[in-house]
Design a binder for this molecule. Sequence first.
Ligand SMILES: [Zn+2]
Length: 345
Amino acid sequence: MPGAAFEIGTAHIVPGSRQTVNLPVSVLSDGTPVTLSVHVVHGRRPGPTLFVSAAVHGDEVIGVEIARRLLRSPRIDAIRGTLLVVPIVNTFGFLHHARYLPDRRDLNRSFPGSGGGSLAARLANLFMTELVERSDFGIDLHSAAVNRTNLPQVRISPSSDRTVALADAFGAPIVISAGLREGSLRQAAQACGVDILLYEAGEGLRFDELSARAGVAGILRVMHALEMISQKGVARARAEPMHASSTSWTRAPAGGLVRLFKGTGEYVSVDDLLGVISDPFGEEELEVRSATAGVVIGRTNLPVVNEGDALYHVAEIADPEPETTIGHLTRQLGADPMFDEDEII
Ligand SMILES: [Zn+2]
């Protein structure tokens, strides 16, 4: 039996239909209205409500591409429950290719916000009341900052076995359990009983195929685990993700030009040579060695570094499974039948 219409803003979305709804957020200085635009896919059959959000940080555009691919996937044509997709949460930052809001606030430190507060607080509040509080679960899509890249990874605060199981179902190569940051969407959502998977992949202001594909495939796997869609057309993850609960940064011991020898997804041992920093004349060279053992989950792509700049982010994993490397993920995605050739271009 079909369920009730989904009401959001002034829209009534009847079961078995989909619609983009524009929720008013603010008005710019020149009078241009700004909206939080949500695409609602309301299934004919009742089921859970899942939200997928991207560009909470306006320059993290890989999530916008993942949202676009998700919305044109035929796999969401006949879902059970309701899928809410917000490709761009921080429209202001997105327009300026910037992480922050115009008032220099970080939206992901401004939750849960308030209706009468700052621009950041109002946007956070609207997102909480219209999306988070009406959802059973959420997936928030992020990337590394500009000039940095992240290995596709899922971050959770393990509040329940179910959340850990859904993080595993996503099928990213690594799942990192981390504490909640004050003011983050994840913290505010968990406080009202909605757990979130935070997907981190790729570089700020860039698209890359691996991050996009791993993201779309992961969301569909989670939707399958939530029984919103069938297994049909959803590629199984072939390897269990690695788990880490602590990560560490390797920073530049000197300023200069750095040549880095390790990529994301590579395993490093204690004392491995990670890179060399030299002055512009090549007269002084300084080796950078690993202080920990683990998997590189993030690194800089900018060879010009100041002393103290973060070079590598390593998830501490003493004994990685050889079959769960990035190479395995690449092979898996290459063999993935769910994408048409024209989607790869
Ligand atoms: Zn982010």
